[in-house]
Design a protein around this ligand. Structure first.
Ligand code: NA7
Length: 536
């Protein structure tokens, strides 16, 4: 490390998750000397931190791995259609081993600041433990959902039992058997946790502020024969992901909701509800997320499913969202989630009607009751999208901070570059394509690598996005979000987080257009010789 600090690296990558690992591979291919700074003690990012019980993919395992490494996929056996977290962490460790990546990664290195030095054409990156590293290029691979947020209840520190955030789960297994457990939060992480913890906890109390529309995952194991058939189809699978709206295997149906008869419509919805994965959300009628009446039809359909699955109709009604339509927030996929509320050991508390008022040494106090518990699980989500950027003090040209530049909302050129921050490239930055995230990661890494290759080939040492190109991209970002029902709803997708000061106002926080449209825009920039990026 002492020598590392004296070295001028070609590139520093922040984060050793799926983006950082692949970026490191591509940097080495370019012959660039790279250092990866990683806060954790191992690789994997999301799949390193989120070890909570039941954590798994909601997109099909075989659509999720790195498509660039077919050799590894040819031998990799995904044990389930939606693999659990330990398997994905293993997969990413295998990638790190195969490419000998760890020798370029400095673990336990949380980056706190990064400053651009115009005279030296370099970035100085500082870590929490006092390290300082210099490089010509800075690549952030810090994730879109990677900064956990905790509520601000009084007394949280006084709790004498065990407390965990889903996104900061310890490596040692947590035993719920015979314990009284509270789960706060019912997003995708909360739902996965709840359905798992309910199996062994003596008593599980779920604190739900806003119900979400959940749909069945229909997970299943994959046997040797089925896996062989999947392996033979990888070309087809990745080609499919390339053409779909959000890089999933599912994509919107070409029909509108009212193009078909009621009978056909119900049959289609039944089919989607019975199929595995995100189909019911991202493979539904194409007007479902823009047409209020269409959205009401699908919402009513799912509401009835919930009523059928939950015995106590008072509880069923609490579990049915009343203030937002199906699919306008992230749809958690579930496995017998609703049936959990039929178990005698599970209680649902409506935290909207009776809010949590404080945490006591022995449990949770609400406006009308106290709940003594042994374990509290905070499934309270993340400071999403730009949150990971806000936690680092980025200083660009003339000492301007990224926070100042983003004071009225994050801007970027295709989510990857920002004016005033030369030679900084953001993988999964704000307003990049999301969806099936590894597919977007691969595109971003390849786009950045191509730009670096272009600079190398042409003796260029400095890249800075120009305001006009950023303005044009942001106009497009804002334009495509118009008319989306999701824009009328508070969620991490509209940049709202009740636990973070200054993040209470809904806005266009992510790119809502299609992944192919995103790629076309970014590729267009490259094809026009990096038009909109000043290269010197
Ligand atoms: P989410 O989807 O942001 O969910 C967080 C949940 O925690 C949600 O139900 C919140 O209720 C609840 N929450 C947050 N703060 C509080 C407080 N202070 N009091 C009560 N309840 C609270 O995070 P996830 O980790 O589940 O999922 C994030 C994404 O990661 C997911 O979409 C996947 O794409 C991967 P609220 O809705 O605000 O009423």
């Amino acid at each position: 490390d002492a020598t590392a600090e004296a070295v001028l690296f070609d590139a520093i990558v922040v984060g050793a998750g799926m983006s950082g690992l692949y970026q490191l591979i591509r940097l080495r291919e370019l012959g660039l000397r790279a250092l990866v700074l990683e806060a954790g003690t191992g690789v994997g990012g999301t799949w390193y931190w989120n070890r909570y019980p039941g954590c798994r993919f909601d997109s099909e395992s075989y659509s999720y791995g790195y498509s660039f490494d077919r050799e590894l996929l040819a031998e990799w056996h995904w044990s389930e259609h939606f693999a659990p977290q330990p398997e994905t962490e293993r997969y990413l460790n295998r990638v790190a081993d195969k490419y000998d990546l760890r020798r370029s990664i400095r673990f336990r290195s949380r980056v706190t600041a990064a400053a651009w030095d115009e005279a030296g054409l370099s970035w100085t990156v500082t870590t929490e433990d006092g390290g300082a590293f210099r490089s010509r290029f800075l690549i952030t691979a810090i994730g879109a959902l990677s900064s956990p947020t905790m509520p601000n209840f009084p007394g949280m520190d006084s709790f004498r039992g065990q407390a965990f955030h889903t996104g900061l789960w310890p490596k040692e297994p947590v035993d719920f058997a015979g314990k009284r457990v509270a789960v706060i939060g019912t997003g995708a992480s909360g739902v996965q946790t709840i359905q798992e913890v309910a199996k062994t906890a003596a008593q599980l109390t779920v604190f739900q502020r806003t119900p979400n529309w959940c749909a069945p995952l229909h997970n299943a194991t994959i046997g040797a024969e089925e896996m062989a058939a999947i392996r033979a189809r990888y070309d087809e699978i990745f080609a499919r992901c390339e053409e779909t709206f959000s890089c999933f295997l599912h994509t919107p149906d070409s029909r509108n909701t009212f193009d078909v008869t009621e009978e056909e419509r119900n049959a289609f919805l039944e089919k989607l509800y019975a199929e595995r994965g995100f189909g019911i959300w991202v493979g539904n009628f194409k007007d479902m997320l823009t047409n209020r009446e269409a959205n009401r039809v699908i919402s009513d359909f799912v509401a009835n499913k919930i009523r059928q699955r939950v015995k106590d109709q008072r509880v069923a009604e609490l579990l049915i969202p009343k203030n937002h339509g199906f699919g306008t927030r992230r749809v958690p996929l579930e496995t017998r989630y609703y049936e959990v509320y039929n178990q005698p050991n599970v209680t649902l508390v409506d935290s909207r009607a009776t809010p949590i008022t404080r945490i006591t040494p022995t449990g949770i106090e609400t406006s009308d009751a106290t709940y003594d518990v042994d374990i509290i699980v905070y499934a309270t989500g993340f400071d999403a999208l730009r949150g990971a950027f806000d936690r680092i003090d980025f200083r660009g040209r003339d000492g301007v901070t990224l926070k100042q530049v983003w004071d009225h909302g994050a801007t970027s050129l295709v989510g990857m570059l920002e004016h005033g921050f030369p030679n900084m490239f953001m993988l999964l930055g704000p307003h990049t394509a999301l969806g099936n995230i590894p597919r977007s990661i691969e595109f971003n890494v390849e786009w950045v690598s191509a730009l670096l290759g272009h600079m190398q080939a042409n003796g260029l040492t400095r890249a800075e996005a120009q305001p006009a190109a950023i303005a044009a991209w942001m106009d497009h970002v804002n334009e495509v979000a118009k008319g989306l029902l999701s824009m009328e709803v508070d969620s991490w997708m509209t940049g709202v987080n009740i636990n973070v000061a200054g993040k209470q106002v809904r806005h266009v926080a992510r790119y809502t257009g299609s992944a192919p449209a995103y790629r076309a825009w970014a590729n267009g920039i490259a094809e026009r010789g990096y038009d909109g990026i000043a290269l010197t």
